[in-house]
Design a protein around this ligand. Structure first.
Ligand code: NAD
Length: 454
């Protein structure tokens, strides 16, 4: 496929200024929503084929988020795209200053496999709202899901405006040789570094939505049952294949056994079982083997069973883990929850801070002091107090990492901003001009300038 030709055509279309019309953006967002709604069954079927993700989880964790994003963008894009008037200093009066959001241009969106629709389409929605043309490269791993996105978008959008290029490492490597005006990448830290290097060659701005080990910290004063219930949902949803899933739990030693017992109770009550069609598969054999290898049979508190043929691993909790264990070396990205106990919150914070800054962090506590300590002392992308994962659903919150967990953010208006340049303008009339800055320079002029500038 001639990628350069596709991108050149998108650039020509962008330069026609069509995408700068708000009415065009709204029309295309409506087209996308209608298309997805009309073909919802195909979407459920594709994702179930790829990793047996249930209709329930596909709707709640993928489609509902996409629909919400589209609706929010349609409702607010006019306001987001408006010029913002700002103050003008004395030296530039009688002028006026304003900030003009401007679409970056032709952008590349690279998706990850774990929420294949949402992680591809939500950044694309933000890019369309911002007035960009979009090349979307979904993850090749859920192949049917990638194919259905490509088919629907090819059939319903002008490829000069919005197109899908399917493929994996080779295709992405070739795409990255071409200059884009923005690259939005969701995926792993090692590939994020490759993307950043490729973008740097063209000085292309990036948003990198990466991963990491997100801790859940449980202090001794919590509601144990509610904590365990929320954690079990957040961890084993999508079989733990969630970038912001609690990767590991740090719990005060005085309540560890009670927390473990409560986690066990909630796992047993859940749909997360080998024989339940609502429990998602592990995406492929490679990940199944990697995860299986991380389960130390001596430390299994509950679970630890796998069915290779079905690519299912039961919700697994590992007890008596410490930071030296293999499972604490990298992001788990599967249904295994290591539990580490601590004696003092200071000690727990110090240990967490030795790892790279995580994408998320969850503080379970009733104590204001403990909550503030965790929020102030640990650096992380975003998170929740007394809950996990749900902060992702708040469109008023920017979503993104820090350090190794990413660069930039999106969701709601922040997504619009991720694809916009904020052009700053000072506008002046012709009818008056202060003579102070012009030569010939003089002490009198300088003294006036000093008085004005302060
Ligand atoms: P990945 O990095 O393997 O792949 C992501 C994308 O990069 C895919 O489209 C893939 O085709 C492409 N790719 C893979 N290798 C490449 C290479 N060598 N050169 C160029 N492109 C390449 O990630 P993944 O396995 O799809 O997703 C899992 C990771 O993504 C986890 O680390 C997870 O935490 C992270 N993630 C982050 C978020 C977030 O919002 N921050 C969301 C989901 C997943």
């Amino acid at each position: 496929m001639n990628y350069q030709k596709i991108i050149d055509q998108q650039r020509t279309f962008f330069n026609s200024h069509t995408t700068k019309q708000i009415s065009f953006r709204i029309q295309e967002l409506k087209r996308l929503k209608k298309l997805l709604k009309k073909n919802e069954n195909l979407l459920y079927e594709a994702i179930y084929h790829d990793f047996k993700k249930s209709e329930f989880e596909t709707y709640t964790t993928e489609l509902s988020i996409i629909y919400e994003d589209i609706d929010l963008a349609i409702k607010h894009v006019k306001k987001w795209a408006r010029r913002q008037k700002v103050s003008t200093s004395l030296v530039n009066l009688p002028g006026k200053s304003y900030i003009m959001p401007e679409p970056y241009g032709t952008v590349l969106v690279i998706g990850a496999w774990n929420y294949p629709f949402q992680l591809s389409l939500c950044p694309a929605i933000a890019a369309i709202a911002a007035g960009c043309t979009v090349v979307l490269k979904p993850s090749e791993i859920p192949a049917r899901t990638s194919a259905i996105m490509a088919q629907l978008i090819h059939q319903n959008f002008n490829s000069d405006f919005f197109t899908v290029i399917e493929g994996g490492e080779e295709e992405t490597t070739n795409l990255l040789k071409i200059k884009f005006d923005k690259i939005f990448f969701t995926g792993s830290v090692p590939v994020g570094k490759i993307i950043y290097q490729a973008a740097a060659k063209h000085l292309t701005p990036v948003t990198l939505e990466l991963g990491g080990k997100s801790p859940a910290i449980i202090s001794e004063d919590v509601n144990i049952d509610m904590t365990a219930k929320r954690l079990v949902w957040a961890k084993f949803l999508n079989a733990g294949q969630t970038c912001i899933a609690p990767d590991y739990v740090m719990v005060h030693s005085s309540i560890k056994n009670d927390v473990l017992a409560s986690i066990k109770k909630h796992i047993e009550r859940s749909d997360y079982r080998i024989d339940n069609h609502n429990y998602t598969q592990i995406i492929n054999d490679k990940n199944f083997d990697r995860l299986n290898h991380l389960i130390d049979p001596d430390k299994v508190y509950i679970g630890g069973k796998g069915n290779k043929e079905e690519r299912i691993i039961t919700p697994t909790v590992l007890d008596a883990i410490d930071f030296e264990d293999e499972i604490m070396k990298d992001e788990i990205f599967g249904p295994i929850l290591p539990v580490i106990s601590f004696e003092s919150i200071d000690d727990a914070i110090q240990k967490i801070k030795k790892l790279p800054r995580p994408l998320s962090c969850y503080a379970f506590t009733k104590s204001r002091h403990t909550r503030e300590k965790i929020l102030r002392e640990i650096s992380f992308g975003g998170g929740a107090v007394n809950d996990a994962v749900m902060h992702f659903t708040e469109q008023s919150l920017p979503f993104g990492g820090i350090g190794e967990s990413g660069i930039g953010n999106y969701h709601g208006k922040f997504g619009f901003e991720a694809f916009s340049h904020y052009k700053s303008i000072l506008q002046k009339p012709f009818w008056i001009e202060l003579p102070l800055k012009y030569s010939p320079y003089s002490t009198t002029k300088l003294n006036w300038i000093k008085r004005i500038m302060g």
